[in-house]
Design a binder for this molecule. Structure first.
Ligand code: ADP
Length: 449
């Protein structure tokens, strides 16, 4: 199709031609030839003044329709005066406004998508027919489908078995689309039960599809499991000494005439069991206290002075044990809670003595490695079997229950050490060889907490 201006010019030349032809045929040819020669460019110029802005406006409107907004000002107002100038100005400001709104909408869309992609929850939006219109990175990872494949498709189109997460999501989406009500389901991978998810489908307003949010609840489930295990273990550990004490107390009550030697023996057992019970309760309280420790107690601590202080206390209780200290340099400052750190080191020293044949030989060293201060406690004791190594920092874990119980332990000492070091953003590790000895390493960051 011819552009608007060309059409107008063509019509003008045709009309001028006709006008000239009729005049020439019935009047003085020479005079009207001059009139025609003057009329043609003048009318052309007038038409140009009228049609140029109109053509420009039409061009701009067409480009708007094609979603190609011009970058610069669309209509040069200085070129045109009067009404066309005003119309051009109106178009310019309209285009500027539209451009601004489009830019804002694009920025908002980008921002919303960035926020949605950064979420730990999976988010999937579907339209009324169940076709996915948006899926964030977490959702794609959870469903193990790439975002290129998922958007624009229904979840039904993916290959899955009847209990897979994709299938459950698809069923939930269908239910929400049919009922227009919020639907919330729990899902666990049936075999290993290592992953627990909560799926919440919410209908969008105006029957505009729905949004599915997938929350990973695995750590919550784990915490609940750990809590349950802890309560079961703590109850069991507390029950045993209480049962023993009750048993002895009943014996004394039912047999008041027991020989003195027996009464003395029972008394000794009651005292020993009570002190074990007290130690256990203290350890449990210590664990709870460490969990709630305040950062205000953290201060600059010289690790070397702390090690010598521990040695002093330790040698007071175990005078015939050999404890060597080796330090790379002195002083050795870190940010820590001195009392907690002392408790961790003392626990390691006590274990080194407890699990070595008497008299134990213990070696404590302090050195720097990258951004960490390393404190190692090495003994030449019984060592730890390989299969137990991954578990020894767990609460209530003991390699040899009878031996631990005999020495008054309930498997909480190393759990306390780990909790203390984790509070310092550090790590605890162990290497051990049966019958050769063990080395426990506390790695604490040199500056940051
Ligand atoms: P417990 O109070 O029973 O000693 P811990 O939490 O301190 O509990 O230690 C857990 C288990 O780790 C112990 O039962 C023991 O078998 C093992 N263990 C800890 N330290 C050592 C060590 N230095 N040498 C050998 N075994 C150790």
């Amino acid at each position: 199709m011819l552009p608007f201006r060309r059409k107008i010019f063509l019509s003008q030349f045709l009309l001028t031609g006709l006008f000239g032809y009729f005049f020439c045929s019935c009047c003085n040819v020479k005079r009207f030839f001059w009139a025609f020669a003057l009329y043609a460019p003048m009318s052309g110029w007038i038409l140009y003044r009228i049609t140029a802005p109109l053509q420009r406006i039409i061009d701009v409107v067409i480009s708007l329709k094609e979603e190609e907004l011009p970058d610069a000002i669309a209509i040069d107002q200085s070129m045109f005066d009067g009404e066309f100038g005003k119309l051009g100005g109106f178009f310019n400001s309209l285009i500027e406004r539209i451009k601004k709104q489009i830019r804002r909408a694009q920025e908002q869309k980008k921002e919303s998508e960035e926020i949605l992609h950064s979420l730990e929850e999976g988010v999937i939006a579907v339209d009324t027919s169940g076709v996915v219109t948006f899926a964030n990175g977490t959702a794609c990872k959870m469903l193990q489908i790439s975002d290129v494949n998922i958007v624009g498709n229904s979840l039904q189109s993916f290959h899955f078995d009847h209990k897979s997460l994709t299938q459950i999501c698809h069923e939930l989406i269908q239910q929400v689309l049919q009922t227009s009500e919020v639907v919330a389901w729990n899902w666990s991978d049936s075999e290993k039960r290592t992953c627990h998810l909560r799926l919440v489908g919410t209908p969008r307003s105006c029957h505009n599809g729905m949004v599915l949010v997938i929350q990973d609840k695995t750590s919550d489930y784990k915490m609940v499991e750990i809590g349950k295990d802890f309560i079961a273990n703590a109850s069991h550990e507390l029950k045993t000494p209480i049962t023993i004490i009750c048993g002895f107390a009943e014996t004394l009550q039912e047999h008041p005439n027991l020989p003195t030697s027996m009464v003395q023996e029972i008394g000794e057992k009651v005292v020993r069991t009570s002190s074990r019970l007290e130690k256990l309760i203290k350890s449990l309280l210590t664990l709870a206290e460490i969990e709630n420790v305040s950062l205000e107690k953290f201060q600059m601590v010289d690790l070397v002075s702390l090690a010598f202080l521990c040695k002093q206390q330790f040698m007071y209780c175990h005078p015939d044990i050999s404890l060597e200290i080796e330090v790379a340099h002195s002083p050795f400052f870190i940010v820590a809670d001195p009392l907690l750190l002392e408790l961790a080191v003392m626990n390691l020293l006590e274990n080194a003595a407890k699990y070595s044949s008497h008299p134990a030989r213990i070696h404590l060293s302090i050195r720097k490695e990258n951004t960490f201060a390393l404190l190692k406690v090495r003994d030449e004791g019984i060592g730890i079997p390989n299969e137990d190594l991954p578990h020894i920092f767990e609460r209530f874990y003991t390699v040899d229950k009878a031996r631990s119980r005999k020495s008054g332990g309930a498997g909480l000492g190393l759990a306390i050490v780990r909790t203390i070091i984790e509070k310092h953003n550090g790590k605890v590790s162990v290497v051990s060889e049966l019958a050769k000895g063990s080395t426990f390493t506390l790695a604490v960051p040199l500056k940051t907490i």
